[in-house]
Design a protein around this ligand. Structure first.
Ligand SMILES: O=C(O)CCC(=O)C(=O)O
Ligand SMILES: [Fe+2]
Length: 211
């Protein structure tokens, strides 16, 4: 651990935030994992489960349409719109709960966000395939803060060049911060699992640059 990270984790500890250091050394400038992030994670989970406008999107693959294996929702500032497949996506307006979570996550991450993508994994059959969050509107070396609530799930990473695989567990109430060259060098996924998995909500806070 270099001096900066050590100093930073001391600072977070004094602020009552518990950084958890299981990140491989050579990824310490691309990933941070924090534990026990929200005081009222359980209550917020229930609120998000009922109040968020969850959608199951269709995806087209090899000329066939499928339902995505999870539910999603997109909230943010009006300016955080982006164009995807020629369609302009305007986010839903922030709810009071999302604003509270956002401001806490911004404190931990030390940066500001203008949108959040929420994913609801209903059980171990729901998943997210390998991808990088490297859309041009996120800019170079984006900081993305990913909050996990509910059941533990595995988070797999695969290096684009070497094929090296890393897997970590993302527990309830943890915050994974992806930054630096993480999106450029790695793909990540939440695989299906045969182990009994309950529901999980993940919120990835992002900063969309205006078009
Ligand atoms: O659910 C997760 O932990 C990952 C979500 C993710 O990678 C994304 O929304 O881009
Ligand atoms: Fe992602």
């Amino acid at each position: 651990m270099d001096k900066f990270i050590r100093a930073k984790s001391q600072h977070l500890k004094t602020a009552g935030i518990n950084p958890f250091e299981i990140i491989p050394d050579d990824l310490s400038d691309q990933l941070e994992l924090h534990f026990d992030v929200l005081d009222n994670g359980h209550e917020l989970y229930q609120n998000l489960r009922t109040n968020i406008e969850w959608n199951q999107r269709e995806i087209r693959m090899f000329g066939k349409t499928h339902l995505e294996p999870r539910l999603v929702a997109w909230y943010g500032d009006r300016a955080a719109r982006y164009v995807y497949s020629g369609i302009e996506n305007v986010p839903l307006s922030w709810t009071p709960d999302l604003i509270r979570i956002k401001s806490h996550v911004e404190k931990v991450a030390g940066t500001q966000f203008n949108s959040v993508l929420l994913n609801l994994y209903r059980d171990g059959n729901d998943s997210m395939g390998y991808h990088s969050d490297d859309e041009p509107e996120l800019g170079r070396e984006p900081v993305i803060a990913s909050l996990s609530l509910g059941s533990d799930r595995k988070f797999n990473m695969k290096n684009k060049e070497s094929g090296r695989l890393i897997s970590m567990n993302l527990p309830n109430n943890s915050l994974l911060i992806m930054k630096g060259k993480f999106q450029e060098e790695w793909r990540h996924a939440v695989p299906k699992t045969k182990k009994i998995a309950g529901e999980r909500i993940n919120l990835t806070f992002r900063k969309i640059h205006h078009q």
